[in-house]
Design a protein around this ligand. Sequence first.
Ligand code: NAG
Ligand code: NAG
Length: 620
Amino acid sequence: MSRLLVLLAVVALVAAGSSSSCGAWELNIRMPTARAVEEAAARLLERDVAAPLIHALRPLLGSGEDLGRRAGVPCDSWRLAVEAYNKRDWKTVPADCEDYVGHYMLGKHYRRDSRVVVDEAVAYAEGLKLAGNGKEVWVFDVDETSLSNLPYYAKHGFGARPYNATSFNEYVLKGSAPALPETQRLFRKLVSLGIKPVFLTGRGEDQRSITDVNLRRQGYSGWLELLLKPLGFKGTAIGYKSGERQKLVDAGYVIVGNIGDQWSDILGKPEGARTFKLPDPIDEILFVSRRNARSEIIDGYRIEGPYLDLVSSLLRALPLRYTVYQRLARAVAMATATAKLIFLLVALVGAGSSCGSAWELMPTAAGAVVQATAARLMKEDVPAAATIHALRPLVGSAGDLGRRAGVPCDSWRLAVEAYNKRDWKTVPANCENYVGHYMLGGHYRRDSRVVVDEAVAYAEGLKLGGHGKEVWVFDIDETTLSNLPYYATHGFGTKPYNATAFDEYVLEGSAPVLPETQRLFEKLISLGIKPVFLTGRTEDKRAITVSNLRSQGYSGWLELLLKPAGFKGTAIAYKSGERQKLVDAGYVIVGNIGDQWSDILGKPEGARTFKLPDPLYYIG
Ligand SMILES: *[C@@H]1O[C@H](CO)[C@@H](O)[C@H](O)[C@H]1NC(C)=O
Ligand SMILES: *[C@@H]1O[C@H](CO)[C@@H](O)[C@H](O)[C@H]1NC(C)=O
């Protein structure tokens, strides 16, 4: 018990240090009471947390926990699973996560995560060698990528309520969606570089002019095309969007980049030379069947047929204020005979600048949310530590140790998991602590658990052929076995990779099991699906790898595929080649799990892929 008290004192000191130096704690938040920390410590000891207690406790003080935990739903793990494409086909945000998502969106966290993605996209664009023929284009999605529907979702449960096409369309038809400022920054940078933006949206043709005007009044201009979904299109979002991108390619364009908030925006050939996934924990693919008439309701007036084209072309030509646009709509609706003339007159008179962005209003709203939440939590008398967790996202820090050091470590980690950050060599130096706490505290395990829960549910739902040919591919390092004991003593990924030292560690054969993966492994065997290990470790490590796997309780796998010594080529090429051999041998790869994107990219990927978290290193 005295060890515990000493640790509590240390923790209290750490907490005090944080509160004085961390700008994110500006709000007058009570620090956890000794009792709250003691309770948490006792709980952790009960759970037999293997990691040093200090690391296990540190996240409680603000580095890694989440709002939803109190409600039994790990909302931030859920969000990560959405962003890394582990969670699919979900209909609504878990009810318990409404607050969490609201705070995420309204606080600075969403913006910060978006900024890291756009920084990456801008750096990529600046590094491109353009052909100078004006044929390079960049595809932008519209909703939650170029324009924000947050004003709508803020009033409709932050995605926790079922999608209501009627009320959502009413919102869209107001044409008032604010610009997403980070995307706009990318948009303008591309235009200045000579790369032409193309909007490609799931909105239907009947919303062309309102979309056009909304984009313009929010300051977008200079795009090459606005591609909307033909009315009556039947098919998936991926089918529609990849088809449109193919048309661009067929027309001689080169898609150098592609950015969207949905995986369906950026999957499906041709994807574009590089894809970027913006965060969006709210709406899963808006696929609404729309009215079959080519008409639009603007400000209560229905505009039909050719007038829509006229409105659109006028709006293309003139940066109109939205009120002017509304007046135009009224004029068309009431006096169609003279509509063309009125259009021209009013348009010329009313040409002016666009309105201010509603985005600027968000911090005010967030302020109110902070107050209200704080008051509610005080009333509910939740432990002080939980209060901090509840409030942290609101004040923009949301579990981000690195912020103090100028590196938003959790945004960096998200960018890694969602495959926005690629080809990185080391963890940012300032994020060593953050990554350490993430890995050693409960956060890493919790994120992994959500991925494996998803994989288990998927596996249980499979209809097997009964011929014993179904296999599931497992990567090894950071998927099946953990190298955390090595990385914990080597800067948690902040130091350059040292092959000699790492090999020494591997040859000890002491890497511990990753318990969530093992749960999946055993479940699959019980279901009759055969595990296949496919690792970047080389053939010369076969014996030690087998003994390490066995000593950690793995057994019953079909094959252990290691890389031939001297293999030259990328990880994706090696792994997809091995999977192809499995398919050629008559196996059906029903699942594929790894911690690196290179584990799960490249045909044949397997029927469903799962990406485990790994902020320690990148293998391309
Ligand atoms: C959907 O929105 C419309 C318009 O706001 C409303 O009248 C209707 O009741 C809503 N439907 C549901 C199921 O909530
Ligand atoms: C790499 O690790 C080996 C073995 O531990 C060590 O001797 C060597 O100095 C390390 N190299 C670097 C560049 O740190």
